[in-house]
Design a protein around this ligand. Sequence first.
Ligand code: SF4
Ligand code: SF4
Length: 91
Amino acid sequence: MDNELYLRRQDDWLREFESLCLRCGKCCGIDQDPCSQLAKTPDGRYTCKIYAQRLGAQKTVSGHTFTCVPISEVMKKGLPYSSCGYLTRKI
Ligand code: SF4
Ligand code: SF4
């Protein structure tokens, strides 16, 4: 497989993986003190205003600092959201 095809397939797989997200906002703190970058969409779901640049230091609405990490990192420690699409849906 040439490199370009490999990268394209990797992108396709990542998009498919990310499509499992239900955009419920739970992992961005919607049930407590949400991240200041979290926004509600017209369909009642949630989105990150800076998704491509999200990783690293962020602040909650009340000003608490935390580090945004990929969901795959959170999954390694066990996702605490039982309704999360990454646990309930399949590719
Ligand atoms: S920066 Fe991270 S925690 Fe904040 S809304 Fe975006 S994905 Fe969620
Ligand atoms: S808890 Fe899961 S389904 Fe909900 S926004 Fe986070 S990653 Fe997506």
